[in-house]
Design a protein around this ligand. Structure first.
Ligand code: SF4
Ligand code: SF4
Length: 177
């Protein structure tokens, strides 16, 4: 159900359900420690830098807690601090949060909901396709292989693409791609 204010209770419930058995996200008191320590936020802050996308984990927590689905799922390229795709999952925010809120879990779910709706940024979709097609995030290049040989390193074993594709198909990733 979506109210004129843009509050989506189903989205809010999905976020709450990430913490089944715990309602920790409710205890966020917006202290900003996650954002203060986030390496991405430190360089994606319009107060200090010319940036296209502003990244702010504290605001993502607030936006998801309030159920602002449309804002959190805004397409990459939109000017919104609540777009989750800047997160590198370094886990710093989880480590410093005084309320032990798993900020990365919240952001991960926001990413999953966004990609499930076909709103993931093109570069993310392209990277996922590469993993599906080659079973590697960064496919090996002849130059890399030559360099390894020069350094006396063994050749990198070829991954089992069928096995990886079966795993990805089991979670429906092929349909989303
Ligand atoms: S550090 Fe924790 S309590 Fe503070 S704003 Fe971030 S999520 Fe909320
Ligand atoms: S996990 Fe994401 S949001 Fe948290 S500090 Fe790292 S980059 Fe920032």
């Amino acid at each position: 159900m979506t109210l004129p204010l843009g509050i989506d209770f189903e989205f809010r419930k999905q976020i709450m359900d990430v913490h089944i058995g715990s309602d920790k996200i409710k205890y966020c008191y917006q202290c900003n420690r996650c954002t203060d320590n986030c390496p991405v936020a430190s360089v994606a802050n319009p107060f200090y830098h010319e940036v296209t996308n502003w990244f702010d984990p504290r605001l993502i927590v607030l936006g998801t807690l309030l159920g602002y689905k449309d804002i959190v799922m805004a397409l990459a390229g939109s000017k919104s601090a609540l777009i989750p795709w800047g997160c590198t999952v370094c886990d710093t925010c989880d480590a410093v949060c005084p309320q032990a809120i798993e900020v990365t879990e919240i952001i991960g779910l926001a990413k999953n909901i966004t990609s499930g709706a076909g709103l993931a940024p093109d570069n993310i979709v392209a990277q996922a396709k590469t993993v599906f097609d080659t079973a590697k995030a960064i496919p090996s290049q002849p130059a890399i292989e030559r360099r390894r040989e020069q350094m006396g390193l063994p050749a990198v074993a070829a991954p089992n693409v069928n096995e990886v594709q079966t795993l990805l198909k089991n979670i429906g990733a092929d349909k989303k791609l």
